[in-house]
Design a protein around this ligand. Structure first.
Ligand SMILES: [Fe+2]
Length: 546
């Protein structure tokens, strides 16, 4: 019989982490003393994580024990967490693998990160005029894009419309002030520009146009062309700013990978500790098969798109979901994990609605005091939410522009855009992201997210067309492409909380999208433990039947 206590206490003294599945995989013939003897002989002298895969190695005479080298980590876990993971052990010194990466490999990593846009937060009292100017700036920018369309080149300001004769062909660009359904089921849209407002009618008989109009949301900027009627325009065309159809699909000259994660929620009871550890180990070249480790060795960029910690006071009753109840300790925990990631990988990180910063967008970069540890990580680049970051440029290559946005506005559009709602709503991040790219705005409707207006420009406008648009928030992985922009919603590292369940979120945890920047191919790697996978299948089945 295996004496678990004997093993646990032995490893505790040696600073080793053991996965629960390790014990599940042992059979009655497992020789504890032989195992300890090999351990003492140095087979695992630098091991820090022992999982069920080790059993296979044991059977092979420890041929692959190199997989488990490294060092870790785990002090200062809250009491609850210690109880929950009794096999997560005491601290040893954190070391990075940097010195273990051969110099030749390091020299090949000429990675390059340039922050194109990160919001510089100025704490200033806001006045009504700031809102007016904010919408004016949005209108001016998006009008410029729309005016490039041939059909809108002669667009009129709204104040000039009443002078037009009935039957005249007109075009106009405005912000959607109102949208209603008439008693005949036609759609009436009121457009506003700095000179006034005017109505346009989209009749049911023009079915393609009518379907486009159904998806129009308040406060988005649109262009229309049509025929003048009595105090109304009979609409023939409806345009969004959109991105050009011929947007270039950029490919890096060398084989380099970028990985995307979000919604880690450090501090939550349900944080998938061992799955996240496997992910970190994979980045360190210590986990996965040969091919997977090959890819890990070529990862140069890691994007973390918000909800890094679970936070405190986010929703009623959250205390019950917390393993670490102190926000400072949550960020300390996050820092410990990020420090394990090899320094050759640049970590580009922004906040989300659970992070310790103002909730209103644009959210500034992480706080210097609360998230102090982040400022000590040399390979970490802190940006606002949203942000635009250019990676991997060189003398001959412009690099890739990555638009990061946590995604607080996504549920609104999942609920309020009929074509998205009909196809799954919040669970169709791919459609939501495409919708927002077409609007060239991350949260076009006033009530779709919390925001602070900037009187000089609209920071939520998608000014630069990205090569990659990445988000989180929904805890579901989606990968798609719209006009050569890769759309990625990265998944999470927690199981479904009660709050998630209330909001209809069925998470896809521990899955990471990886882009090969040379081919632009996206692969998804799954770090989810088998026992948790079963739990998810059951929960998904329950959700479907309810
Ligand atoms: Fe989240």
């Amino acid at each position: 019989m295996i004496n678990k206590e004997q093993l646990i206490s032995y490893f505790m003294e040696n600073g080793i982490l053991i996965s629960p599945d390790f014990f599940d995989s042992l059979d009655n013939n497992f020789d504890v003393s032989k195992f300890l003897q090999l351990f003492n002989e140095g087979q695992f002298s630098k091991s820090f994580f022992i999982g069920k895969d080790l059993i296979k190695d044991l059977e092979m005479g420890f041929q692959n024990s190199r997989v488990y080298t490294g060092a870790i980590v785990t002090s200062n876990l809250s009491e609850t967490k210690q109880n929950e993971f009794p096999n997560i052990l005491k601290t040893t010194e954190i070391t990075t693998l940097e010195e273990e990466v051969p110099e030749t490999i390091q020299n090949n990593y000429k990675n390059n990160v340039r922050v194109v846009f990160s919001y510089d937060y100025k704490n200033k009292k806001k006045e009504v005029q700031d809102f007016v100017n904010y919408f004016k700036k949005r209108y001016e920018f998006l009008k410029k894009i729309l005016s490039n369309r041939q059909e809108l080149q002669d667009s009129l300001s709204i104040a000039r419309l009443p002078r037009k004769q009935e039957g005249d062909i007109v075009s106009v660009i405005g912000i959607v002030l109102n949208k209603t359904q008439t008693k005949n089921d036609n759609i009436r849209i009121t457009l506003e520009d700095p000179t006034g407002n005017f109505d346009a009618l989209i009749t049911k008989s023009k079915s393609d146009l009518y379907n486009l109009a159904k998806d129009v949301v308040l406060d988005e900027v649109v262009g229309i062309s049509g025929v003048m009627g009595k105090g109304i325009i009979f609409c023939n065309n409806l345009f969004s700013p959109d991105i050009p159809i011929n947007h270039e699909l950029k490919k890096s000259p060398d084989e380099v990978y970028t990985v995307f994660i979000s919604d880690i929620h450090f501090g939550m009871k349900d944080f998938l500790t061992s799955d996240f550890m496997k992910f970190v180990m994979w980045l360190r070249g210590e986990y996965g098969n040969e091919q997977q480790r090959q890819i890990a060795s070529k990862v140069q960029y890691l994007f973390v798109t918000g909800d890094v910690v679970e936070g405190v006071g986010i929703y009623p009753g959250q205390e019950d979901d917390l393993a670490i109840k102190d926000i400072y300790a949550q960020y300390e925990e996050a820092t410990r994990y990020f420090k394990m990631i090899p320094e050759r990988i640049k970590i580009i990180i922004c906040g989300g609605n659970h992070d310790a910063m103002r909730m209103s967008e644009p959210q500034p970069i992480f706080d210097k005091i609360i998230s102090r540890g982040f400022y000590e990580i040399p390979n970490m680049i802190l940006v606002s939410n949203p942000a635009v970051v250019n990676i991997h440029s060189s003398d001959n290559f412009p690099g890739f522009d990555v638009l990061m946005y946590h995604g607080a506005s996504f549920p609104y559009f999942g609920d309020n855009v009929p074509s998205i709602r009909d196809k799954g709503g919040i669970l169709r991040c791919d459609l939501i992201m495409k919708f927002l790219l077409q609007r060239r705005h991350l949260a076009p409707s006033h009530s779709s997210t919390l925001y602070v207006p900037d009187e000089t420009f609209d920071p939520l406008v998608i000014e630069k067309i990205p090569d990659i648009f990445v988000s989180g928030h929904i805890h579901q992985i989606t990968v798609s492409n719209y006009r050569n922009v890769s759309l990625i919603n990265s998944s999470c590292w927690v199981v479904q909380s009660e709050d998630n369940a209330k909001r209809g979120i069925i998470p896809h945890p521990a899955k990471i999208p990886i882009i090969n920047l040379q081919t632009r191919e996206i692969k998804i790697m799954n770090f989810l433990d088998d026992s948790i996978k079963v739990l998810f299948v059951e929960r998904e089945a329950q959700n479907e039947s309810s």
